[in-house]
Write a protein that binds this ligand. Sequence first.
Ligand code: JHZ
Length: 410
Amino acid sequence: MPSSKVATCRSCGQSGLQPVLDLGKTPLADRLVSAAQLDEPEPQYPLEVVFCPHCGLLQILETVPPQVLFCEDYPYYSSFSDALLRHSRANVLDLIARRGLGADSLAVELASNDGYLLRNYAEAGIPVLGIDPAEGPARAAEAIGVPTLNRFFTADLARQLAGEGRRADVVHGNNVLAHVADTNGFVQGIATLLKDTGVAVIEVPYVKDLIEHCEFDTIYHEHLCYFSVTAVDHLLRRHGLYLNEVRRLPIHGGSLRLYVERIERTGPTVRELLALEAALGVDRIDFYRDFARRVERVKSDLLALLRRLKGDGRSIAAYGAAAKGATLINYIGLGPGLIDFVVDRNVHKQGKYMPGRHIPIHGPRMLLETQPDYVLLLAWNFAQEIMDQQAEYRRRGGRFIIPLPEPRVL
Ligand code: JHZ
């Protein structure tokens, strides 16, 4: 299925997109390679980042069809991070209390994955509906008692659910708004699905953190948009939705949690972040100008560090067969000659190979079995959780390398 390129902004539809960064052609970040596929040609797609000067949205040009990205063999299961599970549970408990949700309410999650979030509502006796196109995670959700529609969420599906009287008190959308090719249709769907008094609680990686911490590896074909408060505010208003409250969260290298309603009552948290973005110029191209140079710097520094260690006879492995890890190893050019293997506790990833560079993926026990001298932390966003868990590897002298915002050995 061929990819396509946008010529106008994914949100406001205007032309004049300005170039920010070109990561070259990369394979799909979550398309792990099986042993049988190792000799087959691997599809690669351009990864160019551009900025819309009209609505302030950073975005990529290429659209890979969602059926290619998310359906068959999608290996991402949310439940493999304890920190993410705690984060999601706290979010749900807070909403149940604040909004007085109960047995008459309905909580819907778009991209509900393996039910990692909705299970908390179900346990509290609150009706839930998950919607997710990826078969494996949707089946896992059903198995733990989270009813899940195994399909894409669209404006049509929202109309159908609303027509059946299934409008929601809470609509969750965590790390999905940026993934959807029909950005406006998706937001229109949320507006349709929400009860008049309902709230949409949406989490997106924050573009300000991405740029400031040089998190270029979070750029891959699944992530079409990189939101600021300014840009998302424009998008929501177009569909009669209002951003009334926003929280900054440390998860995934820095995210925004957006509280969105059909009634406008802009709170101080929104006003403050809009003012901060205006002061920093997050809504102007200048903010993005030296990003490409900083990304190249990480590339040359990390490559130099790893080559030096290898030249000194050290062995190097990596932790986290994360999508972001695929961008990093492919852009920087890290293959099996430098990195012996990658470990990941997601059993659906073990036994496969990293996209493009074909580094084998094993379970984390491989670290203690072979005790490599260094471990490059590809899942740096879970650094604390992973380093705590790998206390024994570290006690035996093993060391972690954090790649961003500049390479560091811990
Ligand atoms: P992780 C995913 O990106 C996919 P990825 C997606 N595109 C998205 O938008 C972002 O999340 C937000 C493993 N791990 O979650 C699990 C351990 O092995 O940072 C994962 O494979 N042991 C939808 O893939 C990987 O690391 C552990 O202790 O970049 C982390 O990937 C922990 C904590 C994780 O996201």
